[in-house]
Design a protein around this ligand. Structure first.
Ligand SMILES: [Fe+2]
Length: 338
C-alpha cells in the first residue's frame, strides 16, 4: 500500500466512529472545504436532526480516494467547489443521482446537473479587481478584456487553473471555438506579465501598480478585506467590478454537493443535502464563505452586496462543464501561460 494511502486510511479511522458507517444516525462527508468553515454548519444540522456528521477534509485527491475505497467507501456526500472538481467526480464514476424534489424545487435548473449527479449550494463569480486610482469606468465586459486599450494592463493566474478554465469554457459555450481563440489571443496580448500566482497575488500585483485589472473570484476580495489584515491593503487599492458578457450576465461557478455511488447512509445524505439549501443553512454557508446563496431571496453578506447587483449569466453550468476540455486545449494552442 502506498504510504500516502496508509496515512489517509489511518486518518479516516480516527475520525469515523468504530461502530461502522451504517448506523441510522449519521452521515459521512468528504470535503475540500476547510473544517472550520463547514463545522458550524454541520453542528447546526446535528442539533436539528440528531444525525451526526463525520467530516473528512482534504485539499486534494478525494475523488481518487472514494474510487479506491470502492463499494466499501464510507463517503456519502462530497462537498466541493468549482464545476471542474464537480465534473471530475462525476467523470470518475463515483456519484449517483440525487433524487430530491426539494433540490429540484429550490436549486435553479442552470445550477444543477440535468442527470441529477450534482447540485450547487452557493455561487462565486469570476470578476475584475480594478485599480481604484487608475480605472475610471465602473462597468466592464468580458469581451472587452481582449481590447487593445488594455494592452499590458491585465494580470491573471494560469489559464489552466480550474477557475479560468470554467470562464474560458463559458466563453466557448457562448461564442464557439473561433471567436474564443481570437478572444484568448487578445487577452493574452493584454497581459502585463506571464500568468502566475493565485487570485490574491493578482490583487497584490494590481495594488503594486503592475497591472490595472486583475481577474479573480468574488470571495477572495472579501476575505482580504475582512479576514486577512496583511492583505487588506490589496483589497483597499482595488474595486470589484462585476463584468458581464455582452447581452448576458456575470460568469458564476458553484460550490456544490454530490451523492456518492455507494453512499452507506443514503437517506441521511439526501436529508443533509436538502438541509443545505434551507434558509438558515444557506445564510450561514454563504455568509461564512463570502459566496452567493443558491436559494433565491436569502440575504447577501454585506461585503458581497457591496459589489453591486449580480446578474448571473444564464448559461447552464452543465453546458460550461461540457467545454472544459476544449477550453484547456485552446489555452495551450494560444500559448496563454507561456
Ligand atoms: Fe478558491
Amino acid at each position: 500500500m502506498p504510504r500516502f494511502r496508509a496515512i489517509a486510511l489511518a486518518a479516516l479511522a480516527l475520525v469515523l466512529p468504530a461502530t461502522g458507517s451504517r448506523a441510522a444516525d449519521q452521515v459521512n462527508v468528504y470535503t475540500y472545504r476547510e473544517t472550520k468553515l463547514v463545522q458550524p454548519l454541520f453542528d447546526a444540522f446535528t442539533r436539528e436532526t440528531g444525525i451526526a456528521v463525520n467530516v473528512i477534509s482534504a485539499s486534494s485527491g478525494l475523488e481518487q480516494r472514494i474510487k479506491a475505497e470502492g463499494a466499501n467507501s464510507p463517503a456519502d456526500v462530497l462537498l466541493t467547489v468549482d464545476i471542474g472538481r464537480i465534473d471530475d467526480a462525476v467523470q470518475a464514476g463515483i456519484t449517483q443521482p440525487i433524487k430530491s424534489a426539494v433540490i429540484d424545487e429550490i436549486v435553479p435548473p442552470q445550477y444543477r446537473d440535468p442527470n441529477g449527479h450534482w447540485a450547487g449550494i452557493s455561487m462565486r463569480a469570476r470578476v475584475i479587481y480594478a485599480a481604484k486610482d487608475r480605472v475610471k469606468q465602473d462597468s466592464i465586459s468580458y469581451e472587452e478584456l481582449a481590447d487593445p486599450k488594455w494592452k499590458g494592463k491585465i494580470c491573471i493566474r494560469s489559464g489552466q487553473h480550474i477557475y479560468n478554465n470554467a470562464l474560458f469554457a463559458a466563453y466557448l459555450a457562448k461564442y464557439g471555438e473561433q471567436k474564443t481563440e481570437q478572444w484568448l489571443r487578445g487577452l493574452k496580448a493584454n497581459l502585463a506579465q506571464k500568468p502566475s500566482g493565485g487570485d490574491r497575488e493578482t490583487a497584490r500585483d494590481v495594488a503594486a501598480g503592475k497591472c490595472d485589472l486583475g481577474i479573480g473570484n468574488t470571495y477572495y476580495w472579501a476575505l482580504m478585506m475582512n479576514a486577512d489584515p496583511d492583505k487588506k491593503p490589496w483589497a483597499e487599492a482595488t474595486k470589484v467590478l462585476l463584468p458581464t458578457f455582452d447581452g448576458g450576465g456575470t460568469h458564476v461557478n458553484l460550490s456544490g454537493v454530490l451523492l456518492t455511488q455507494h453512499a452507506p447512509n443514503q437517506a441521511n445524505a439526501v436529508k443533509l443535502i436538502e438541509w443545505l439549501v434551507g434558509d438558515s443553512a444557506q445564510q450561514i454557508y454563504a455568509d461564512s464563505n463570502y459566496e452567493y446563496p443558491i436559494r433565491p431571496g436569502v440575504p447577501l453578506n454585506a461585503t458581497i452586496a457591496g459589489y453591486g447587483k449580480l446578474i448571473a449569466d444564464p448559461m447552464p453550468i452543465a453546458k460550461i462543464a461540457a467545454q472544459r476540455k476544449a477550453a484547456s486545449i485552446l489555452v495551450d494552442k494560444v500559448g496563454f501561460d507561456n
